[in-house]
Design a protein around this ligand. Structure first.
Ligand code: GLC
Ligand code: CA
Length: 572
C-alpha cells in the first residue's frame, strides 16, 4: 500500500511557540450564542466561554474557532455583521473579549475568529449610508447596486437565486420615497454583498484583520471565501445561461460570483499582513468549491489552509473514506498546507444523526452540495422518527476516532463530544431562527437543529446552559447527553473524546500515513510513522485486529475481534 506523505512535522508539546501549530491542531468550534450563558438572558456570551475554559482544557483541544460574536441583528445567526471591530453587546464587551483571549492563552489554547467579508449586515453604517445616498454615489459603490430591468426598473437585474432561497436581489426605496435600485445579496436580504472592486472595502478589511491580530487572535476562519469578487458586466447572464455552461464555467474560474480566479489577489494581500506577525497569523478558507480548485485557497501565498467537506459528505463507507483521505492528503501536499477534516459544524445536520438516517435519505450523505460548486444544500435537519439514534452515535464515534488519527487538522463542533443528535421537530416553527427556514419554507427546515444551546447539567434551568432560559428550546433527551451525565462515565462519548484527544497529542507526529491491506472492503486501516495504527470496521461482521496494545476504541469490546461500526487504535 502507498505511503502518503505531506510536508512538515509538528509536535503538539510545543504548540504555543511553534509557527506550525495549526498544521495538526484539534480545533473546537464554538457557536457563542449556544455555548454558555453567564447572565441568564438565554443567549450564550463571551463570559460564558471564559468560564468554561477549564472544560476546553480537559477536553484536550489545541484551538478554539469562535463563530461571529460581532454586533448583529442575528438575521443569519451573526453572519450578518453590523460592525466588524466590536463585540455584540448581547455577548459582552471588548474587555470581555480580551479577558477571554488572555484566559485561553494562559490555558495554552489558540484562538481563531470568524471573518465575514462577502457581505455586511443591512444595519452596517456603510449600508445605511448607501441607502441614504443617491444612485452612483461613493457610498453606493461599496455594495453592488444596479438598476432593475423592465420599463420602470421593476424587475431584478437578473433571475439569480440567493443561497437561502428567493431572489438574490432586493429593491430599495430611494431617499425621496420612490422605488429605486436593487442590491445584490447571495445570502439573506439582510446581507448585502460588498463590492470588492472598491479599494475602500479592501482597506477596511485589512484594518479589521489587523484589529483582531493586534488583540492576540492567532488565526481567522474566512466565511464564504470563494464569493468575494464578482464580474457583473452590463448584461448579466440568466440562471439558465449559467447552468448551460455547467462545470466548465466553475473550472475556468469565470463564474460571475463563485470561486473566481481574481479572489486570490485579496488573499495574497491578507497573507502579507498575516506574515507581519510572529508567529504568522493563520487562516482557513470556508470554500465550497470544486475539489480541483481548493488548493489555491490553501496555498502558503494565500490563506494557508482550506476546509475540505469531502468526509462530511461521504457515507459511512470504507471505500468512500479511503478515497477521500488519499485524495485530500495528496491535495494538501500539493498546496503546501496540511489537510483539514470535519464532520459537523453549525451549517449541517450533526453527524450522529446523519449516520443514523436510512441510506435513501439525501441528508444521510453524498448530496450536501447540489452538484455545483458553492451552491450548498442546507440540509433538511431533523431527529425524525426514522433516525436510528443508537447506530448513528456508534458510527459517529467510530468516524471521529478515525479522524483524530489522521494527519492534518481536525475541526470539531461544540456538542459532538457529547454525542448530541440534531434537534428536529422539538423546535416549533414559531421558535425557528434560521433564514434558510423562512426563505425556503416547506423545503428546508434549516440549521437551528444543530445550534441548540449545550446541556451542561442533567437538570436545572436550561440544562446548565445558564441561569435563565435558552434562545432555542432544548428537548428533554438533552439530559442524557449533558456533560454532568457523562462525566466520569468511562464509556461516554465525552470520555472517548478526552481520551482520544489526549492520546492524539502524544502520538501525533510527521504528517504521513501508510494505508494497510486489510483483506476486507469494509475495513479501513492505516499506520502512522510511530507504529500507531487506526482500524475502522465500517461493516457488521467483526474483524480480527493486528497484534499490538489497544490504546482506545470507539465502542467497548473484549478480545481482539473488532465489532462493526467501531474504530480501535493499536500501538505496535
Ligand atoms: C457561511 C456560514 C453560514 C452563513 C453563510 C453566510 O457559509 O458558515 O452559517 O449562513 O456563510 O454568511
Ligand atoms: Ca447571556
Amino acid at each position: 500500500m502507498p505511503t502518503i506523505t505531506t510536508q512538515a512535522t509538528h509536535s503538539n508539546a510545543s504548540i504555543m511557540a511553534d509557527p506550525n501549530w495549526w498544521r495538526q491542531a484539534a480545533v473546537y468550534q464554538i457557536y457563542p450564542r449556544s455555548f454558555a450563558d453567564s447572565n441568564g438572558d438565554g443567549i450564550g456570551d463571551l463570559k460564558g466561554v471564559t468560564a468554561r475554559i477549564p472544560y476546553l482544557k480537559d477536553l484536550g483541544i489545541d484551538a478554539v474557532w469562535l463563530s461571529p460574536f460581532y454586533p448583529s441583528a442575528l438575521a443569519d445567526g451573526g453572519y450578518d455583521v453590523d460592525d466588524y471591530r466590536n463585540v455584540d453587546p448581547k455577548l459582552g464587551t471588548l474587555d470581555d473579549f480580551d479577558e477571554m483571549a488572555n484566559a485561553l492563552k494562559t490555558a495554552g489554547i489558540k484562538l481563531i475568529v470568524d471573518i465575514v467579508p462577502n457581505h455586511s449586515s443591512n444595519r452596517h453604517q456603510w449600508f445605511q449610508e448607501a441607502l441614504a445616498s443617491p444612485k452612483g454615489s461613493a457610498a453606493r459603490n461599496r455594495y453592488i447596486f444596479r438598476d432593475g430591468l423592465g420599463d420602470n426598473g421593476e424587475l431584478p437585474p437578473s433571475d439569480w437565486d440567493s443561497v437561502f432561497g428567493g431572489p438574490a436581489w432586493e429593491r430599495i426605496t430611494e431617499p425621496d420615497g420612490t422605488p429605486g435600485q436593487w442590491y445584490m445579496h447571495i445570502f439573506a436580504r439582510e446581507q448585502p454583498d460588498f463590492n470588492w472592486d472598491n479599494p475602500e472595502v479592501r482597506a477596511d478589511f485589512l484594518k479589521t484583520l489587523r484589529f483582531w491580530a493586534d488583540r492576540g487572535v492567532d488565526g481567522f476562519r474566512i466565511d464564504v471565501a470563494h464569493a468575494l469578487t464578482k464580474n457583473l458586466e452590463e448584461t448579466l447572464p440568466t440562471k439558465a445561461d449559467l447552468e448551460a455552461q455547467g462545470e466548465a464555467l466553475y473550472l475556468a474560474g469565470q463564474h460571475p460570483y463563485w470561486d473566481r480566479d481574481d479572489v486570490h489577489g485579496i488573499y495574497a494581500e491578507w497573507r502579507r499582513l498575516f506574515n507581519e506577525y510572529n508567529p504568522p497569523r493563520t487562516a482557513v478558507a470556508e470554500a465550497w468549491v470544486h475539489a480541483d480548485r481548493r488548493a489555491r485557497y490553501a496555498s502558503p501565498e494565500g490563506l494557508g489552509q482550506a476546509f475540505n467537506f469531502d468526509l462530511l459528505q461521504a457515507d459511512f463507507d470504507a471505500g468512500q473514506f479511503r478515497t477521500t483521505i488519499v485524495k485530500n492528503l495528496a491535495e494538501a501536499q500539493a498546496s503546501g498546507a496540511s489537510s483539514t477534516w470535519v464532520f459537523s459544524n453549525h451549517d449541517v445536520v450533526r453527524h450522529a444523526t446523519r449516520y443514523g438516517l436510512p441510506a435513501s435519505d439525501p441528508s444521510a450523505g453524498g448530496e450536501i452540495m447540489a452538484g455545483q460548486a458553492g451552491k450548498r444544500w442546507l440540509l433538511a435537519g431533523g431527529r425524525q422518527d426514522d433516525v436510528d439514534v443508537e447506530l448513528g452515535l456508534r458510527r459517529a464515534r467510530a468516524a471521529s476516532l478515525l479522524m483524530f488519527a489522521l494527519p492534518g487538522s481536525a475541526y470539531l463542533y461544540q456538542g459532538e463530544e457529547l454525542g448530541l443528535q440534531e434537534v428536529g421537530s422539538e423546535i416549533p416553527d414559531s421558535a425557528r431562527q434560521d433564514p434558510a427556514f423562512f426563505r425556503n419554507k416547506g423545503v428546508d427546515i434549516g440549521r437551528d437543529g444543530c445550534r441548540v444551546p449545550l446541556p451542561w447539567t442533567s437538570g436545572g434551568s436550561s440544562f446548565g446552559f445558564g441561569p435563565g432560559g435558552s434562545h432555542l428550546p432544548q428537548p428533554e433527551w438533552f439530559a442524557g447527553n449533558s456533560v454532568e451525565a457523562q462525566e466520569g462515565q468511562e464509556d461516554s462519548t465525552l470520555s472517548l473524546y478526552r481520551r482520544a484527544l489526549a492520546l492524539r497529542r502524544q502520538l501525533q507526529t510527521a504528517e504521513t500515513l501508510e494505508l494497510l491491506e486489510t483483506g476486507r472492503d469494509d475495513v479501513l486501516a492505516f499506520r502512522r510513522p510511530n507504529g500507531w495504527t487506526s482500524v475502522t470496521n465500517f461493516g457488521t461482521e467483526s474483524f480480527e485486529l493486528p497484534s499490538g496494545r489497544l490504546l482506545v476504541s470507539s465502542s467497548p469490546f473484549k478480545g481482539d475481534l473488532l465489532p462493526g461500526a467501531t474504530t480501535a487504535w493499536i500501538q505496535a
